[in-house]
Design a protein around this ligand. Sequence first.
Ligand code: ARG
Length: 716
Amino acid sequence: MSNKLKSLAILVFAGLQLSSSSAKADEGMWLPMLISRLNMEDMQKKGLKLTADEIYSVNNASLKDAIVSFGGFCTGEIISSEGLVLTNHHCGFGNIQALSTPADNILANGFWAKTKKDERPSQGLFVNILQRMEDVSDKVLEGITLKTPEAERSAKIKSVIDKLIAENKKESYQEVIVREMFDGNAYYLFVYNTYKDIRLVGTPPESIGKFGGDTDNWMWPRHTADFSLFRIYAAADGTPAAYSESNIPFKPKHFLPISLKGIKENDFAMVMGFPGRTNRYLSSFGVDFAVQSANPLVVKLRDARLSTWLADMNKDPKVDLQYASKYARIANYWKYFQGQTEQLQRLKVADLKRAEEKAFRDWVAADASRQSLYGDPLATLEKNFASQKEFVKPVTYYGECAMAVEIIANSMALGMMEKALIAKEDVSKFTGMMTKNISGIYKDYNRPTDQKLFAVMMQRYAEDVPANQQPEYFKAQVKKYKNNYEKWAADLFNKSMLADQAKFEAFLKNPSLKALQSDPAFLLSKSFADAIKPLREKSEALAAESRVANRLYMAGQLEMKKDKKFYPNANSTLRLTYGSVLPYEAKDAVNYHYLTTEKGILQKEKPGDREFDLPANMKQLLVNKDFGQYGENGKLPINFLSNNDITGGNSGSPVINAEGHLIGTAFDGNWEAMSGDISFEHQVQRTISLDIRYTLFIIDKLSGASHLVDEMKIIK
Ligand code: ARG
């Protein structure tokens, strides 16, 4: 490792060790192995009763052993000695939907396995349990400086990482991942055990698990039972294994006891989980780009997709079930980008960034050696965001308009097969894979809905994307159909084999180049793919340049703010955030309480509504205040707020009290802080969690699955 970089790394971590009392506890997604150095004192001051070793330890059972990465996109926590996993309803949603049919609609009706035999294997689902993590910066960055040419740098880094992975992967069921932190100024290694036999144990009906729907999504006050239960199964010796009837419930090193003691304002609360991505060190140019260029396009195109889908979902329960999961996924970030845009503007985040950038440039300008080391990375970022603006439209329209149409997206997979057919190569590996996946694809495909969306989206594309950025084949079709998009859609769906499972299956049995090259959906998708390729290449070249600039900017900030405790951006690695149960002031004279109760559910209820309907048995329990041991002073606690620092990927994360007991499950963030992934908002940013007492009320009182509560360790 070069001196410059080494001294930098020492600076980073020396800086990290200084305990600065001005550090705000609420902001920060901390790496669990560093909390003893960085946060422990502060956490204990805030009320934590545990030691660092009880939170993260490689050799002894600790909280980390009870936290799982759920399917790679969410978090779950183990809450029994028999591998019971609690996560969000919206995390289990795709699997619950996949296990549902119109005749056995567990998404709509809920599901509770009476015995372990009744638990339903969830195909494709896995959980990862972290075994250990390690700072490998010295090894990965040995011989590399901030000046090392990029090609040399990436080749060197890759060879070290490959070696580290090979050395550390001791078992076939283990996954070893090396992740860069601080834009490539540090590297960490993670070893996971991957469990692939995961079964659905229980879920409330969608009306309860997604109560409030998209209207309430990303907002407070909230009344959602956003949870579902799964179980990890393992081989008889406890090691991970593929699904088998003979597998047994997994025995974890640790599981979370559950507290029924309740919460009050200022109580210590921490969250452990796998946050996906934040962009806390984004430049002002990036903020402006999101607000002005990228976000509005995504929102507009998703508007069109969602309203087209919803019209058909409302008409037919079969389509409603088919499109439920896709719809929820698209709608979640449709609303996210609206909120992000609104709050970035309201909170003047770009101005904030500009002030930081000026301070950085002044600091660099004050010293010749800084000038030669860091240069002006902000100038590069400014230039690159300006260039990106030139093709943000075709790139976004490719992803959110053309690829929104399922028949076009599905046709993309045939590009490789065409190449193989042209080269007269064996295509059985393509046809085999597609044949395997085909029923999965068509189970959730409604051709008339997709045909409608095709007409809507092709018109959008033709009208919005500048003609010189449209593919020639696309333009020729628009011309041929004289802008009659319904007619074009009808013809294409009539002719294309992809519109029909039987036709497509027949093709896969006997694939011919001629059939492929005369398929109008394939030809169209190919024209979009060809048109996007050069833009992708340009955009990747810019991204590579920006990566270097970001690394320099980050390195400079780390040196400039030596005394500040830095935490790396979220990157789907295990993090811990701590703070307190806390209300907030949304705007002048609007003060939100930190806890909602069943009263709010009854106030919001709208019989027959898509989002606010309530099952009759639920309503009766609430009206009768029949809460069992889960109520408090005649009220049933539902959702609560804390000032923890979470993002997408944290969904399903445990909220843990000062004793290490589970008090809730994190499931959302609040509207006033939707800019939070880019800039943490100390005054208003909150985590929204499901109170564990409402979860247990639903399992036990509403659903009669008390055998599951018996499995848990309840602390009263
Ligand atoms: N906003 C939540 C998140 O991203 C997802 C909530 C899902 N609920 C819904 N109504 N779509 O974690």
